[in-house]
Design a binder for this molecule. Structure first.
Ligand code: PLP
Length: 384
């Protein structure tokens, strides 16, 4: 099997999933409980060291979707309760549904939602953002790296612009495909909340951390105990938290090497395709884009057919985000980039991890050539 769907869920680091978690409930006062509690404290400490802020700024949840909901809904519900005049939200048109649909739902709760467009490479429109900001703006939600295209937003500049206009606007960054994969750190002087997911950085599924500036108040979505400062009650996912710590330690030690390796994979894929006769297009064009996620249109070819062809060869890729792969709808992200329908219909997503090899890239390119060959032969036989 060739696994090129790491943006959906990445290959875990063996060391981050092959261990036994400690026994006690972290809230218990006895020795076993305190051992577990210490695992969580160490993880928060490490998060602060790696991504900035203090350990107390970090919270754990079960998923990026849950974190996005807790941050967005939690803040909007707080504003509602306060009867705040701030009732407008700006969201980019290319957010993951975890953010986009949550913001849309806040629209139904009475918030005015502004969808911020992007250019044909997927970069948000600065001027439009600037003109949308006003005294009623409550939240601005913009992702660091898009999960379908890999485009990298100039995220620190974007949020500096927002905070420069009004420091009380709360800024939210979905950093799921950004952290550990893009060298530039998030600037916490202009980002109030960000979240990232364990299973996209080599840890187990079911664990996510989010950063929350201490000046931002959220209303919890669940009612229960005091865990996570009461923001996310319930016994912590100790296995997941330890897995995350282990994946982060892997990143501290080898992250740079891993990123260089993945850069080579992307380079190899593009150079192989460039040196073939295949007509393709990198949808992010000249915009900065992640080495981990590539959105490629094979012009005049049906992406669904290609994905099936590759699946029969044992290659795992998808057309776009995993959570929309069951629906037949056209990609909202690619549509926001105003790509022609024919380009959208011929687009696949290839996403790498450190565990992929150059040989796998070569094999993949051979399969792409074979697919084109089959179709060319069909074209010839139809035209005869
Ligand atoms: N945000 C981004 C950028 C993602 O890529 C994903 C998952 O693919 C999510 C949010 C949602 O993550 P989850 O499905 O783990 O909640």
């Amino acid at each position: 099997m060739i696994y090129f769907d790491n943006a959906a869920s990445s290959m875990p680091h063996p060391n981050a999933v092959d261990f036994t978690s400690s026994l006690g409930n972290p809230s218990s006062y006895h020795q076993a409980g305190q051992v577990s509690c210490n695992v969580i404290n160490q993880s928060r400490k490490l998060l602060g060291e790696v991504f900035g802020g203090e350990p107390d700024n970090y919270y754990f949840t079960s998923g990026a979707t849950e974190s996005a909901n807790l941050i967005i809904q939690g803040y909007c519900r707080f504003l509602k309760q306060r009867e705040s005049h701030r009732n407008e939200i700006i969201v980019s048109a290319i957010e993951h549904p975890a953010v986009y649909n949550t913001v849309e739902a806040m629209g139904r709760l009475g918030f005015k939602v502004h969808v911020l467009g992007v250019d044909s490479c997927g970069i948000i429109d600065f001027q439009a953002l600037d003109s949308l900001l006003n005294n009623n703006t409550a939240l601005v939600c913009i992702m660091g790296v898009n999960n379908e295209t890999g485009v990298i937003q100039p995220i620190n500049d974007i949020f500096n612009l927002v905070k420069g206009k009004d420091n009380n606007i709360v800024t939210v960054c979905d950093a799921v495909q950004y952290l550990t994969k893009v060298e530039e750190s998030l600037d916490l002087s202009s980002i109030d909340c960000f979240f990232a997911s364990g299973h996209k950085i080599g840890a187990s599924k079911g664990i996510v951390f989010f950063y929350l500036d201490e000046h931002v108040t959220l209303m919890p979505l669940f009612i229960g105990g005091e865990q996570e400062g009461g923001l996310r009650p319930g016994t912590e996912n100790l296995y997941g938290i330890e897995s995350l710590t282990r994946a982060l330690n892997e990143y501290i030690q080898f992250g740079h090497k891993h990123n260089l390796h993945v850069r080579q994979l992307k380079k190899r894929l593009l150079s192989q395709l460039n040196s073939s006769d295949i007509n393709f297009r990198l949808n992010t064009q000249y915009a900065p884009s992640s080495d981990y996620v590539l959105s490629i249109a094979f012009i005049d070819r049906d992406a669904g057919q290609l994905v099936n062809f590759l699946a029969r060869k044992g290659v795992c890729i998808s057309r776009g985000s995993a959570c929309s792969s069951i629906s037949n709808k056209s990609s909202r992200v690619l549509s926001a980039m105003q790509l022609e329908r024919s380009v959208i219909n011929s687009t696949i997503r290839v996403s790498f991890s450190y565990y992929n090899s150059l040989d796998e890239v070569d094999k993949f390119c051979e399969y792409i050539e074979a697919f084109h060959q089959v179709l060319l032969e069909q074209d010839v036989s139809v035209s005869m």
